[in-house]
Design a protein around this ligand. Structure first.
Ligand SMILES: [Mg+2]
Length: 97
């Protein structure tokens, strides 16, 4: 099974997407979190902030957030899988950080 980070890199290459700086990666992540928030608000409250004709899908927007978080982590050479495992193991062992 192809790792999501490989698919993300392949997608970025296919679209000519480059994240010029780590700050850009962070800003894109934040914008995707906003889009996920919009999708949740539309579903939960029927509230539409932007284009009411635009389809929104929580799964799609969550995937965008995941994609940009992965891209940001990779820009810092962080293995997100391992970082999450390490974090959860510490928490499960009673460390609260
Ligand atoms: Mg999005």
């Amino acid at each position: 099974m192809t790792h999501p980070l490989q698919l993300i890199k392949r997608y970025f290459e296919s679209k000519g997407i480059t994240l010029a700086t780590k700050k850009d990666a962070y800003v894109f992540l934040v914008t995707e979190v906003g889009e996920l928030g919009d999708a949740i608000m539309r579903q939960e409250n029927g509230w539409v902030r932007n284009d009411p004709t635009k389809e929104v899908d929580i799964a799609d927007e969550a995937a965008d957030v995941f994609m940009m978080l992965w891209a940001l982590a990779d820009s810092y050479h962080v293995d997100l899988d391992q970082a999450l495992k390490n974090k959860l193991e510490r928490k499960l062992n009673g460390h609260h950080d």
